[in-house]
Design a protein around this ligand. Structure first.
Ligand SMILES: [Zn+2]
Length: 172
C-alpha cells in the first residue's frame, strides 16, 4: 500500500500492519482503520523503543468508542476541542498536537494514524506523554477500566505500564 509512509509500518515486522488486533480481520480488505504506536526514548540515546503498536479496524474502534461512558465521550470531545492546536496538527514536523513540543525532545510519545484508503488520505495525531496524561485525567473510572481491558487483551505491556492506562483507540 503506497499510501502510508513506512514509519507507520509495524516495527516488529517491517511490513504494513496486516490484521486488526482485536478481531483479526484482514486490513487489506477494509477501507478505514487506525494505527497506534507508542515510543519511549532513553536520555542520551538516539534509539527509541516501540512500547506498543497495533492496528484496529473501524468496526472495532467504533465498538470500543461506543462502550465508553457518555461522560467520558463528552469530556474527551471537549478536551480536544479546547486543546488541539490545528497549526501543530497540520504541521509536517513531529510536534505534539496539544502542546506543540518537539517530539524528538521528549521521553515518551504516541502517534495515532487514521487511514482511509477510500479517500487515499491518512490523518495523523501525535501526542507527547505529558499530553496523554492530561487526556487520561478527563476520563471516568469506567472508561479507564475498559482501556485496561483492551490493553490486557491485546498488548503485553511491560510492568511499568501497569496501572497507568493510556488512551489509544479513544483519541480518534
Ligand atoms: Zn477489528
Amino acid at each position: 500500500m503506497a499510501l502510508l509512509p513506512d514509519k507507520y509500518y509495524s516495527d516488529e515486522t517491517g511490513e504494513p500492519f496486516a490484521t486488526c488486533i482485536e478481531c483479526e480481520c484482514v486490513l487489506e480488505s477494509t477501507n478505514e482503520y487506525l494505527i497506534e504506536k507508542a515510543y519511549k526514548r532513553y536520555p542520551g540515546f538516539e534509539v527509541k523503543d516501540t512500547v506498543f503498536e497495533y492496528a484496529l479496524c473501524k468496526a472495532c474502534y467504533v465498538k470500543l468508542e461506543n462502550e465508553m461512558s457518555e461522560e467520558s465521550r463528552q469530556a474527551l470531545a471537549q478536551f480536544f476541542e479546547q486543546n488541539i492546536n490545528v497549526e501543530y496538527l497540520l504541521s509536517d514536523g513531529d510536534f505534539c498536537c496539544i502542546s506543540g513540543v518537539d517530539l524528538s525532545t521528549v521521553a515518551e510519545y504516541q502517534v495515532a494514524v487514521l487511514v482511509n484508503k477510500h479517500n487515499g488520505v491518512y490523518t495523523e495525531l501525535m501526542f507527547a506523554g505529558e499530553a496523554i496524561d492530561r487526556v487520561v485525567e478527563v476520563l471516568s473510572e469506567k472508561t479507564l477500566d475498559e482501556i485496561d481491558g483492551f490493553v490486557g487483551r491485546n498488548l503485553g505491556l511491560p510492568p511499568e505500564f501497569e496501572g497507568t492506562p493510556r488512551p489509544r483507540f479513544i483519541i480518534v
